[in-house]
Ligand binder design. Structure first.
Ligand code: ADP
Length: 326
């Protein structure tokens, strides 16, 4: 667990009501640790972009209690230490990748000699060394995103905000981008990722917060969230007579009792979906019924399962509409 002192973003109460009485953020409290990949997740309309825009001082919050890099939210000077890759960003298509990144560097106030060197280094780092003098308009979506990542790093930022960086990118490009995020973490940067792609967030994020209708409904370390709903899967083998009667009488819940019959005549049963308190009694009961324990495996909760539990309304089976609730 990160101590509060290691946090680069601490939000104690962030609210935003847009004109028209849309409550985009409702008393949001979260923290982001230095050097971690943090995922802000949630359905469309949950308030993710609004939160990032408030941190980048593009949107004025209704209430903001909190700090970024030790300064109050809204402090423009802090932005010199922050990088940003917006969703659907566009580098000028008539510029080469090198010119486009140098242009962003110039806008960020990086001096001329440094920006030439840095643009080349960063484009090399994102795997575009052989493409830096080609125009951006010939690039694939994945290459554009990688050029965008280079641009987001021109001011050597401590925190990089990335809004849906892999959206619309092919699977190979996604892996490349994921590797770049891991590289950023290795360099000691904090990565703040906005995403609706749960499988990807799961693979790369150290911590996540789930936002629904402007409220944080869950946050924590990825490993803890996966552990929270983890289940056990027990495999037991019976040799000799098929003890179907005994198996059916076992006091397990959530069992899957279609056996595999091995060539030696042994029957192998898999009992899935046991919660952790049920695993040991299940082992004892299976042994008492003459079974050999083959394995007991933990099955971690997928982020998607957790998300569905939290986000989906059990009565309608749907996620709530954006801005719903009072
Ligand atoms: P997300 O990024 O999670 O999709 P947004 O932050 O874009 O969510 O939107 C949160 C809510 O605020 C939505 O209901 C959206 O319609 C509303 N909203 C976003 N921007 C504005 C705006 N400029 N004016 C009014 N309402 C807005």
């Amino acid at each position: 667990m990160q101590s509060q002192n290691n946090n680069v973003i601490v939000l104690e109460g962030l609210s935003k009501v847009y004109s028209g009485n849309t409550h985009a953020l409702r008393d949001v409290a979260l923290h982001v640790g230095a050097g971690e990949i943090f995922g802000l997740l949630g359905p469309n309309g949950a308030g993710k972009s609004t939160l990032v825009k408030v941190l980048l001082t593009v949107v004025k919050p209704t209430v903001a209690r909190g700090t970024m890099l030790g300064q109050p939210i809204g402090d423009k000077k802090t932005l010199a230490q922050v990088g940003y890759l917006p969703e659907q960003h566009r580098l000028a298509p008539y510029l080469t990748a090198r010119q486009a990144v140098e242009f962003v560097a110039a806008l960020s106030g990086v001096d001329r000699s440094t920006r030439k060197k840095r643009a080349a280094e960063l484009l090399d780092r994102v795997g575009l060394a052989n493409w830096m003098d080609r125009r951006v308009n010939v690039f694939s979506k994945g290459m554009r995103q990688r050029a965008g990542l280079a641009a987001a790093l021109v001011n050597n930022p401590k925190i990089v905000f990335l809004d849906e960086p892999t959206d619309g990118v092919d699977p190979v490009g996604r892996v490349e981008i994921r590797d770049l995020l891991i590289q950023m973490r290795r360099e000691g940067r904090t990565v703040f990722l906005n995403s609706h792609l749960l499988g990807e967030a799961e693979q790369v994020c150290d911590r996540v917060a789930i936002l629904v209708q402007g409220r944080v409904v869950k946050q924590g370390r990825m490993v803890d969230l996966q552990q929270e709903g983890s289940r056990q899967e027990l495999t037991v083998r019976w040799t000799g007579a098929a003890l179907t009667g005994n198996v059916r009488a076992l006091p397990f819940r959530g069992m899957q009792i279609a056996p595999t019959v091995n060539p030696d005549g042994a029957h192998q049963y898999v009992f899935s979906d046991l919660d952790s308190s049920a695993a040991q009694p299940a082992i004892d009961a299976a042994r008492a019924a003459g079974g050999d324990i083959i394995s007991l495996l933990p099955i971690h909760q997928r982020l998607e399962e957790l998300f569905m539990k939290i986000v989906v309304d059990p009565t309608t089976g749907k996620a709530p509409p954006p801005g719903a609730g009072s």
